[in-house]
Design a protein around this ligand. Structure first.
Ligand SMILES: [Zn+2]
Length: 475
């Protein structure tokens, strides 16, 4: 690594920090992507309509599901069905607390908000943080119902620790948190709420505290009574930053997996030479990875299959042959991009001694003999070849035999779609904490790798099988 790489890494990381700060929820992440795509000449498509006659070579498009999952694609100038797709997959969601459908609760003179845990968070890191809410609100406006984004920037909520003096030595040592009993953020005191809006009216108990609804309504410019429902999660108000003594770390919430989401978007909108590309370039940014991907907007859904089906027909007439979708899948590749575990200097034993990814040392290729990651030697070799001349170092990761292994969208898309897949990502510390850490230059490396996949994957000359077989379709 030289000083220009260092400077370029910091610049790219600062761009990512901005992206993360604009994306406090999965809904906001999709909107941040949408705005960038629109600015870069991408056109929105609807799944409710046929795309016949709407897409063309060199065209750039995107479509959205549930406002929390987005697929964007650029059709190569030389693409013809069924040449296949180069897909970078990532996820827009992160572990957090979601406000329950009925959230108004409270004890000991304070109003609290009942929340559900979403995904597997390091929940103790959320204590004593200055929290707020962000997400999607369904608002009645005249005769229509509108989904609206909301993010309250100021600190609203607190999950307080129990002070040390009221804990026994055993309790302190155990640090055992009940996700139901101990995590119920405080919104305000009753006494202040009454001073604010008068004594609580008798009658039906409200589903949500009026104090909370009033704040949302003010932010949205509507009446509290027009708020029909919402998908709201808690988030930290402390912005993401580039930090460390040598300005080489990103300290941020939601690095898993907004880091990959950002890199995928950056690669798609900046990769050159689309005119000569015989394939389609795709980024698929799914919701609900943290809870298993099985949803209308998760990686287990039909979102990508829809795309493949609509790209294998003649763009003008819609005509296709029955096996084109299968051939297209066989010609395609998925780069499943998600956070990787950097070795922790105080817990070296948690990583196998030969597989210890470090920050600032390159993109991590993830292997798992039990297929928790989809990487095979075939696709790893292909990616190594692509990165060799691109100043994009790689590292290998596999867990020790006595350690559990996370998983990601790679095995899911590989299984559902029959597409060769590699799992890879940026090494980070504190995964699933309210605030995570990664290296600035790794962000640059990941963008370089993804860009190389888009520009050069189809140029690789790599046999499909050990037995002589026909080569993949080439234009
Ligand atoms: Zn992840």
């Amino acid at each position: 690594m030289n000083s220009s790489t260092r400077a370029a890494g910091k610049a790219m990381a600062e761009k990512m920090v901005q992206f993360i700060n604009q994306s406090p929820s999965a809904f906001h992440a999709v909107e941040t992507c949408r705005q960038r795509l629109e600015a870069c000449g991408f056109t929105r498509l609807s799944e409710k309509q046929s795309w016949v006659g709407k897409i063309q070579n060199n065209g750039k498009y995107y479509f959205i599901r549930n406002s929390s999952s987005i697929i964007a694609f650029a059709v190569g100038g030389k693409y013809q069905a069924p040449n296949g797709l180069k897909i970078i997959g990532a996820h827009t969601d992160s572990p957090n607390f979601q406000i329950k459908p009925v959230s108004a609760t409270g004890k000991a003179g304070v109003q609290q908000v009942s929340v559900a845990t979403y995904g597997g968070g390091l929940w103790h890191t959320w204590f004593d943080r200055d929290l707020t809410v962000a997400g999607r609100v369904m608002v009645r406006r005249g005769g229509t119902i509108e989904p609206r984004l909301v993010h309250v920037e100021r600190p609203l909520l607190k999950i307080p620790n129990l002070c040390i003096h009221l804990q026994s030595a055993e309790e302190r040592a155990a640090l055992k948190i009940s996700k139901e009993d101990h995590i119920c953020p405080i919104l305000c005191t009753n006494i202040m709420a009454e001073l604010n809006s008068g004594p609580a009216k008798s009658g039906d108990k409200p589903k949500h505290h009026p104090v909370l609804l009033d704040i949302l309504a003010t932010k949205l410019g509507c009446e509290a009574g027009d708020i029909l429902d919402f998908d709201l999660s808690l988030c930290d108000t402390q912005p993401a930053v580039v930090g460390g003594a040598l300005d080489e770390f990103v300290f941020a919430p939601r690095l898993d997996n907004l880091a990959s989401t950002f890199c995928a978007l950056e690669a798609l909108v900046t990769a050159p030479d689309l005119e000569n590309d015989p394939q389609c370039r795709v980024i698929a940014l799914f919701d609900n990875e943290e809870v298993g991907s099985e949803s209308y907007q998760g990686a287990g859904c039909t979102h990508l299959a829809t795309l493949i089906n609509r790209l294998v027909c003649d763009f003008k007439t819609g005509a296709s042959t029955p096996q084109d979708a299968d051939v297209s899948a066989a010609n395609s590749v998925v780069i499943s991009a998600d956070g990787a575990h950097a070795v922790h200097p105080c817990y070296m034993g948690k990583h196998h001694e030969l597989h210890r990814p470090e920050m600032q040392k390159g993109v991590v290729l993830k292997f798992n003999a039990n297929q928790r990651y989809a990487t095979t030697a075939w696709i790893a070799a292909a990616v190594r070849e692509l990165c060799a001349g691109a100043d994009c170092p790689l590292q290998d990761f596999a867990v020790g035999n006595d350690t559990g292994c996370g998983s990601t969208i790679g095995p899911i898309t590989a299984t559902r779609l029959g597409i060769k897949t590699i799992d890879c990502g940026i090494a980070q510390l504190s995964m699933h904490s309210v605030r995570e850490t990664c290296g600035t230059i790794d962000v640059l490396y990941f963008v370089r790798m993804m860009t190389k996949v888009f520009t050069d994957w189809h140029k690789l000359d790599i046999e499909e099988d050990v037995a002589p077989a026909p080569k993949k379709a080439k234009s």
